[in-house]
Design a protein around this ligand. Structure first.
Ligand SMILES: [Zn+2]
Length: 411
């Protein structure tokens, strides 16, 4: 519960009283008695206000702004309902189940304006509430721009995660030149269930989320699953850095680039990603680079293949053309370039050109082998085998029948 008295509002009110003596009686009596906000994470913020005047209070408004990176100031104004009276106690509930949620640790600035029937008006000073997930007892650890918040696991667990975060930034810089420029808050939930419990509309596969415009990451990491957790941190941190670097009012970067960078910085074994791409090459069902610019399919097989291909495409660009070009590509996207335009500016080919080059590359790497064909087209082999046995059986049967006939005529 955060409480804030309307001292400034009162001061403003008294100043106005001094400047315009004609309205002394009414103005000196309109005042805000109390203003507070209560957080009930993740579903609601309740803003309370009590105000008093010598005449009926006629209008109460709440204005609020969410603190996040934006290109235009967006302030919401709520006309709060109440019964007009000289003393008013009212509140407004921001129900996140209707609007969508906010990440843990996000901040909201707010301000009340109260008007009475004589036309007098008071305003509270701008206040700020931090929407913390106060259902847990968070501890924190800060190094440079990263702060880790956690509640499950000991200090060594948090230090390991911090080391993994810093190492991920080093890997990211080495392969792309991208660096973190704004502070990051990393909320480590004790497990996936706790993480999903912190979200209004969680997807059942959500294991980690980067709220890139807030500089906040939330991940569920069980201390017994540390290796997975380190990879997940590296993945989400990369999303955050890349979005900080490329954010512009005109467009997003293609999904294959976003997820391809994150999967490359995860630091886990590429075996699974490569296996997916190898299988798709053998079956000739690779998804085109152009299709991978859009959000990925929700069907698990297509989704895994999309991540695997993105891993491969970004790996190809970095290994063939180097870190400098990748940094140039991110900077070009920050200018608001189109997908084709950015690739053409930096590499000299467009999305289809990249698709051709990358396909040649993976075809050469994972080209069709006999075992792939047997694996993928095994039903053909079974049919051929059955037909072969059937023909063999017919031949043997005919030969035996002829022999029997000849034996019959001779005997
Ligand atoms: Zn991702």
């Amino acid at each position: 519960m955060i409480k804030k008295l309307g001292f400034l509002a009162l001061a403003v009110c008294l100043l106005l009283t001094f400047l315009s003596p004609g309205q002394v009686a009414a103005q000196s009596q309109l005042k805000i008695l109390d203003s507070s906000v209560e957080a009930d994470f993740p579903s609601r913020l309740t803003f309370d206000l009590s105000a008093q005047s010598g005449v009926d209070i006629s209008d109460v408004r709440l204005r609020y702004t969410i603190d996040r990176i934006r290109f235009a100031q967006v302030t919401s104004e709520i006309k709060v309902p109440f019964v007009p009276a000289t003393t008013v106690n009212t509140s407004w509930v921001w129900d996140m189940r209707l609007t969508g949620g906010l990440p843990p640790g996000s901040r909201v600035s707010y301000q009340w304006t109260v008007t009475d029937s004589s036309g007098n008006r008071v305003e509270t000073s701008l206040s700020r509430v931090q929407f913390d997930d106060n259902r847990y007892d968070w501890q924190s650890l800060t190094q440079d721009l990263i702060t880790i918040y956690w509640y499950n696991g000991n200090d060594a667990f948090a230090r390991e995660l911090m080391t993994a975060s810093q190492e991920a930034l080093v890997r990211l810089k080495a392969s792309t030149g991208a660096t973190l420029s704004q502070p990051v808050k990393l909320y480590i939930y004790g497990n996936t269930q706790d993480l999903q419990g912190s979200m209004i509309f969680p997807q059942e596969w959500t294991g980690g989320v980067a709220f890139t415009r807030y500089g906040i990451i939330a991940i569920g990491i069980n201390p017994g699953n540390l290796d997975w957790g380190k990879g997940a941190i590296a993945h989400e941190l990369t999303h955050l850095v890349v979005h900080q670097m490329t954010l512009n009012p005109y467009g997003e970067i293609p999904t294959w680039l976003d997820e391809g960078l994150s999967t490359n910085i995860e630091g886990s074994s590429p075996f699974q990603y490569n296996a997916y791409v190898t299988r798709a090459v053998a079956k000739n069902n690779l998804i085109s680079v152009r299709s991978l610019a859009s959000p990925f399919s929700a069907f698990p097989d297509l989704s895994y293949l999309s991540y695997a291909e993105s891993y491969s495409i970004v790996g190809f660009l970095i290994s063939q053309y180097g870190q400098d070009k990748m940094l140039q590509l991110l900077n070009t996207f920050r200018q608001g370039s189109t997908y084709d335009g950015a690739l053409k500016t930096v590499y000299g080919f467009d999305v289809d050109g990249l698709n051709d080059q990358w396909r040649d590359h993976v075809n050469a790497l994972y080209g069709v082998t006999v075992s792939d064909v047997v694996g993928t087209n095994s039903w053909v082999f079974i049919l051929v085998g059955v037909a072969f046995i059937a023909i063999l059986f017919l031949i043997v049967w005919q030969v035996r029948t002829r022999k029997a006939r000849r034996g019959g005529t001779g005997g």
